[in-house]
Design a protein around this ligand. Sequence first.
Ligand code: SF4
Ligand code: SF4
Length: 96
Amino acid sequence: MKPYLREKTSFGFTEVPKDTSFEAGYLVTKNSGWRSIRPVVCIDRCVGCMQCYLYCPDGVISIENKKAVIDYDFCKGCGICSKICRPGAVKMEAEK
Ligand code: SF4
Ligand code: SF4
């Protein structure tokens, strides 16, 4: 999220950047090396509600064709997307 959005007390949904943090230029170093579990999206269950996109602290989820897509180069495996997904479309799986 852009700094000016953090400083505002409220903002409209259309002001939220559409790109992931990496694409927007805020994450420049791949940080997934220490991840022990990873979120896996079940496409059939995903309804494209964007909750995971909004709650991911690293901004590494994008919505493509109304489905969540995770950038594994920058996902740290915190599991928030899995907790926030009401349809249960995100499962945490062990890294292989
Ligand atoms: S919260 Fe779940 S259902 Fe909503 S977009 Fe993300 S993965 Fe899909
Ligand atoms: S596990 Fe955490 S960092 Fe990775 S996509 Fe989900 S919320 Fe974002």
